[in-house]
Design a protein around this ligand. Structure first.
Ligand SMILES: Cc1cc2nc3c(=O)[nH]c(=O)nc-3n(C[C@H](O)[C@H](O)[C@H](O)COP(=O)(O)OP(=O)(O)OC[C@H]3O[C@@H](n4cnc5c(N)ncnc54)[C@H](O)[C@@H]3O)c2cc1C
Length: 291
């Protein structure tokens, strides 16, 4: 299927990209790997007049591990992130989430920032980054702002990005306390499909006393979400089977999945209970040991 006509700007700087978006408020769109965008353009779901390329901006393809934070640049691909030893050691749940995306050919093009900017509820990296308390550095013609990823997803396929803004960097805080992590996803077929539901979990403390819990879900609400009531139910508790089952039941109660052609809401809700339980068991086994 042919693409609709569009103008193309290979931006050479963040300022140039933001200015190009500002001067095309109705018809300008950023493009990174193009994996999602070109597809929706081919189906005429979207027909931007101007595509502004982020990949042509030098210096945005990096993964850097600083003292307090791991940083992922706007044009780092899913493969770059997957190959990073820093990501594997600091936030293995992000590596696991990205490893299940499609194929190497897709991952070599698809950026992680592009993935989250689609705003899809069933985004694997979004669930992982939510569980990791990531922040986004957002650039615009008037400067930069930092937004917790929990405030980024505003509705079905929509984000908090304003006109002429771009995500320059993802920041993941490095954990000082012992943390056990886990990422599990359920898809109709193993490959080439976004998950029906996915769960990212990070537990801090020890098996005898949980001091912090993050549970994030993809595919089980209008946007990727955190499950604060289930998280709270674990804090200060021993991470035993009773506490885990209780948190998993709360997760199943609190999620808000939709029915679609792939699965009913009720089936997704049951999956949430099972997958949250299993992800919590795995993370609890790792707390204080291997991540
Ligand atoms: C066959 C297939 C299977 C897939 N399976 C999965 C899966 O299992 N799990 C999963 O999570 N995903 C899956 N995906 C989705 C894929 O990971 C995303 O499409 C991809 O990561 C998008 O990245 P991109 O760089 O190609 O973004 P693009 O397609 O270039 O852009 C996507 C959106 O992000 C915006 N954008 C891009 N960069 C920026 C920026 N820096 N700042 C602001 N906005 C920006 C664009 O304007 C556009 O709206 C699959 C895709 C395919 C084709």
């Amino acid at each position: 299927m042919a693409l609709p006509k569009f103008d193309y700007i290979a931006a050479k700087s963040i300022d140039e990209a933001c200015s190009a978006l500002a001067s095309n408020p109705d018809g300008g769109k950023l493009i990174a790997g193009g994996v999602s965008l070109l597809r929706v353009m081919k189906f005429r779901i979207m027909s931007p007049d101007v595509l502004v390329d982020v990949k042509s901006i030098p210096g945005l393809r990096y993964i850097a591990c600083d003292h307090d934070v791991l940083r992922i640049g706007a044009t780092a691909t899913s493969s770059d992130v997957l190959k990073s030893p820093d990501v594997a050691s600091e936030c293995p749940l992000l590596s696991h989430a990205i490893a299940r995306i499609a194929t190497a050919a897709v991952r070599n093009w698809a950026t992680v920032v592009g993935n989250i900017c689609v705003g899809h509820t069933a985004s694997d990296p979004s669930a992982a980054l939510l569980a990791l308390d990531a922040e986004l550095v957002i650039a615009s013609p008037s400067g930069e702002r930092v937004l917790p990823i929990a405030e980024f997803f505003t509705g079905h396929m929509s984000t908090a990005l304003e006109e002429a803004e771009l995500v320059r960097e993802i920041r993941v805080p490095r954990r000082k306390e012992p943390t056990g992590m886990s990422y599990l996803a359920h898809a109709g077929r193993a490959a080439m499909e976004t998950p029906l539901i996915a769960v990212g979990v990070a537990l801090t403390g020890s098996e005898s006393k949980c001091t912090g819990a993050s549970i994030a879900l993809a595919g089980a609400a209008e946007t990727p979400v955190r499950l604060s009531r289930a998280e709270q139910a674990l804090v200060d508790c021993r991470l035993d089977e009773r506490a885990i089952q209780n948190a998993a039941s709360i997760a199943a109660e609190d999620c808000a999945p939709d029915s679609d052609v792939y699965a009913s809401a009720e089936y997704r809700r049951r999956l949430v209970g099972v997958y949250v339980r299993d992800a919590l068991r795995a993370a609890a086994n790792r707390v204080g040991g291997a991540k």
